[in-house]
Ligand binder design. Structure first.
Ligand code: CP
Length: 359
């Protein structure tokens, strides 16, 4: 039985006032950083990055250093004992006894949830495969508050790899909880938003349309959220090449965008936004990356101060039933208890949200 901590696995595990509190704190940290320069003195944050990262890892590290704390971790699992075959469970168990908070990025979906089951300190999901990226979403929400002044009444266009883009999944789930937001989902047929995320939009009464053309959609948007085609999630290079460069935002397309539309991108970009767009005052993706430090300072401070915990697994096990998503962590770390939520013949894997047919 694991201890109960305030992990951050999925933003939607928490109520909206909790998100708003962190965003407000991020805003205050941005304006008054000196007030927070030693709030984590004596604390240690471990960053376990099983997948490459620039922004998430370094903004977390910068955030902890700016809060007066210390950092340990790895950014290349082949230089750790993971290379010798150590399980996620054992790595998590040991490193959580060295630190006060674990930040984990992993290629398998549900990995952060799995890590939280055996961790002796809070776990923060820094991206689990193509599933979720809640701290990028907090970054995006702070950016919208700072740059658009609101989190409601927005027409948000999301463009590119909506199937594999974890930042898109987390952002849609979060923004659908604020009033009167609409979504224009711009992608090819093969890279559409997963059904489980569209169901969240529907349940939250959000209007959304699925379109193929960025040119046609751009004039109606308040926010354009561009994304990279996630090469590493494709089964073959041919399938990736067939999708690459379908959507490229350039100066010509920006001519049709509203004057007050903003362009966001979680980065890294490859070729989906041309460099000439960087000089447009509506291009805010570098500023967005900077906001990532303030919001992660707010998150670390909040999580380390919290005494309240969340339950880890709340679903059910069914004899002989495994998750059908081959990228789910339960299909590589076999000791993990399988757990499914929901009722009826179709249930959802509690780690990766995959829908599984029981019969
Ligand atoms: N936005 C984001 O997750 O970037 P990195 O992959 O560089 O961390």
């Amino acid at each position: 039985m694991s201890k109960s901590f305030q992990h951050l696995i999925d933003l939607n595990d928490y109520p909206i006032p909790w998100w708003n509190k962190i965003i407000k704190l991020g805003h205050d940290i941005k304006n008054n950083p000196h007030k927070y320069s030693d709030v984590c003195k004596g604390k240690i944050m471990a960053t376990l990055f099983y997948e490459p990262s620039t922004r998430t890892q370094m903004s977390f590290q910068t955030a902890m250093i700016r809060l007066g704390g210390n950092i340990i971790g790895f950014d290349n699992p082949t230089s750790s004992s993971v290379f010798k075959g150590e399980s996620l469970k054992d790595t998590t168990k040991v490193i959580s006894s060295y630190s006060d908070v674990l930040v984990i990025r992993h290629p398998s979906e549900g990995a952060a949830k799995a890590a939280s089951l055996t961790s002796d300190c809070p776990v923060i999901n820094a991206g689990d495969g193509g599933h979720l990226h809640p701290t990028q979403t907090l970054t995006d929400l702070l950016t919208l508050v700072e740059e658009k002044g609101r989190l409601h009444n927005l027409v948000v266009g999301l463009c590119g790899d909506l199937k594999n883009g974890r930042t898109v999944h987390s952002l849609c789930k979060a923004l659908s909880c604020y009033p009167n937001n609409q979504f224009v989902l711009i992608s090819t047929e093969d890279l559409k938003l997963p059904a489980y995320v569209k169901d969240v939009l529907t349940v939250n009464n959000c209007k959304f349309t699925e379109v193929l053309s960025l040119d046609e959609a751009i004039s109606e948007l308040d926010v354009l959220y561009m994304t990279r085609i996630q090469k590493e999630r494709f089964p073959s290079i041919e399938e990736y090449l067939a999708e690459k460069n379908t959507y490229i935002l350039d100066r010509k397309k920006m001519l049709n965008a509203p004057r007050d539309m903003i362009v966001l991108h979680p980065l890294p970009r490859v070729e989906e936004i041309t460099v000439e767009v960087d000089d447009d005052e509506r291009a805010l993706y570098f500023k967005q990356a900077e906001y990532g430090v303030y919001i992660r300072m707010a998150l670390i401070d909040t999580i380390l101060k919290s005494k309240k915990g969340l339950q880890n697994l709340v679903g059910q096990t069914y004899l002989g039933v495994s998750c059908s998503n081959q990228r789910c962590i339960t299909n590589s770390e076999h000791y993990l208890p399988k757990s499914f939520s929901g009722i009826g013949d179709i249930v959802e894997c509690e780690y990766c949200d995959e829908r599984v047919l029981l019969k």
